[in-house]
Design a protein around this ligand. Structure first.
Ligand code: SAH
Length: 253
């Protein structure tokens, strides 16, 4: 049962589905079942080709990928396509990298669906922070290293927001920055200005969980230099847990 089912939109339905960080084996059973029977799939740049190969071959595929400063399809247009396809009484799967509610604008899409009384469901996915660190042998928390974790967007400036950097610049916490490569000089400066030691270990996990995963390690004082060697998508992890990568890594990278 879904909250917004009405007679006006009979069979139309949207599943907002997290596709995980890349490795198709990290799809949930529910996500796999849904993409195999979807009639329409709207998908992002972060959804890997291997995952798209699992989609119902008869489904209409609509690419709505976005890149920083190069919006392929504006968000309101994506919202409208979801509504239109559902109004055609289609089962629409909106497939997003990682988890749809983690820096994925899933909430905005649902607001539109709710406003238009389109029924929907949400299927969580493994977010990059969980998937990439697991495949890199970096525990997000550890009794000897970190008692909390922050998930932070690197797009702070672009989104016209500031955060309380002093709250992040603490020793016993792990910081995970999404979309942080371009902003890495600012991240480095803000954390150090607020008192985080330049020797704090960091890791950059590039294309995590895929066969191309690469893990670059260093310290906070060299973060922006290391970031220049990385390509998108990459996750920046700051904190002493990253020093465990060499010891706990179970993949060759
Ligand atoms: N909803 C997604 C995040 C979307 S924001 C999730 O839950 O994972 C996009 C950012 O996620 C990228 O810029 C990168 O920082 C991170 N990301 C996503 N997939 C990644 C991967 N396979 N490897 C490294 N970083 C990844």
């Amino acid at each position: 049962m879904t909250k917004h089912a009405t007679s006006a939109n009979q069979g139309g339905f949207v599943s907002l589905v997290g596709a995980g960080p890349g490795d198709p084996d990290l799809l949930t059973v529910k996500a796999l079942r849904l993409i195999q029977k979807a009639e329409v799939v709207l998908y992002d740049r972060l959804v890997s080709e291997e995952i798209m190969e699992l989609v119902n071959p008869q489904a209409e595929r609509i690419y709505v990928g976005k890149r920083l400063n190069l919006h392929c399809v504006p968000q309101d247009q994506i919202n409208q396509v979801l509504v239109n396809k559902a109004r055609e009484n289609k089962h629409v799967v909106r497939l997003k990298g990682g988890d749809p509610f983690m820096f994925g604008r899933g909430g905005e899409e649902l607001e539109k669906l709710a406003a238009e009384a389109i029924p929907y469901e949400v299927v969580p996915g493994i977010t990059a922070a969980a998937g990439c660190t697991a495949y890199a042998g970096i525990p997000l928390t550890h009794r000897d290293h970190a008692q909390s974790v922050h998930f932070i967007t690197g797009h702070l400036k672009r989104e016209g927001m500031e955060v309380d950097w002093s709250g992040f610049a603490k020793g016993n916490t792990t910081l995970v920055f999404y979309m942080g490569l371009k902003e890495s000089p600012n991240i480095q400066a803000k954390l150090m200005d607020n008192g985080l030691d330049g020797d704090t270990p960091i890791a950059i996990i590039e294309r995590g969980t895929t066969v191309n995963q690469r893990v670059l390690t260093g310290t906070l004082s060299t973060l922006s230099e290391i970031a220049m060697q990385a390509i998108s998508p990459s996750l920046i992890v700051v904190g002493s847990v990253t020093s465990l990568h060499k010891q706990l890594s179970w993949l060759d990278n």
